[in-house]
Design a protein around this ligand. Structure first.
Ligand SMILES: CSC[C@@H](O)[C@@H](O)C(=O)COP(=O)(O)O
Ligand SMILES: [Zn+2]
Length: 224
């Protein structure tokens, strides 16, 4: 009898935790859908490019399904993967999932990763080779840990690579060697940034995008 009561209690507990996790998934999915609309509206994720994710409190990750239009995402276009990137539903996660996973692994406090393909980030990588230096901008203070415009921030630029495991390794090696940065650019491709929550990562998207745009205006477009 006591065993039956315990089993019923465990069953009820599971139903409640499943419901809480399900609510959490739907809340994060809504935030990613809104972020996608915002990013696409500004021209920062054209033609299905970009990918977005958010980590749930149990370590699973909600991520965009590969190939979806990021300005018109529906709840069906956000899927769950485990912390090792294994799909937990019969859908194909973003082709760049590994780049999200390595950030979640490195930064336990990170709860969201956003990857826009913005013209400014792409142009920056045509103007500068290994890094773009952001310095003396008030808006630097929108980035984590920066308290004054008098900061010199090097945002690394990695060569683009269709081999995503190799690209992820390259990023991981840089972060291990140089310490934390709030984002990075992939040459001719786009940029990655992250934050504790989707709204934080979105603030970093806006700040970096603004700073990249100023740098491209300042340094102009290279003569052929
Ligand atoms: C439409 S080209 C862009 C892709 O190759 C890729 O870089 C990208 O950002 C989107 O891939 P996805 O698999 O949808 O997450
Ligand atoms: Zn991409």
């Amino acid at each position: 009898m006591r065993g039956r009561v315990a089993a019923l209690r465990i069953g009820a507990f599971r139903v409640v935790t499943d419901r809480v996790m399900n609510d959490e998934f739907h809340a994060r999915a809504r935030e990613l859908i809104e972020a996608g609309r915002y990013i696409h509206e500004r021209g920062w994720a054209p033609a299905t490019s970009g990918n977005f994710s958010a980590r749930l409190s149990d370590g699973r990750i909600a991520i965009t399904v590969s190939g979806k239009h990021k300005g018109a995402l529906t709840p069906d276009d956000i899927m769950l993967i485990d912390a090792a990137g294994r799909p937990l539903e019969d859908k194909q996660p973003s082709a760049e999932t590994l780049l999200h996973l390595s950030l979640y692994r490195r930064y336990p406090a990170v709860g969201a990763v956003l990857h826009p393909h913005s013209p400014s980030a792409t142009l920056v990588s045509r103007l500068f080779r290994d890094a773009v230096i952001l310095e003396d901008y008030e808006l630097l203070k929108a980035l984590p840990g920066i308290e004054t415009h008098a900061t010199r921030l090097a945002i690394p630029i990695f060569p683009n690579d269709q081999n995503i495991p190799r690209l992820a390794e390259n990023v991981e090696a840089y972060l291990a060697r140089h310490g934390d940065v709030p984002g990075y650019i992939i040459a001719g491709h786009g940029f990655y940034t992250w934050g504790a929550q989707v709204k934080d990562a979105l603030r970093h998207v806006e700040a970096l995008e603004f700073l990249f745009e100023l740098e491209t205006r300042l340094h102009g477009v290279k003569a052929p």
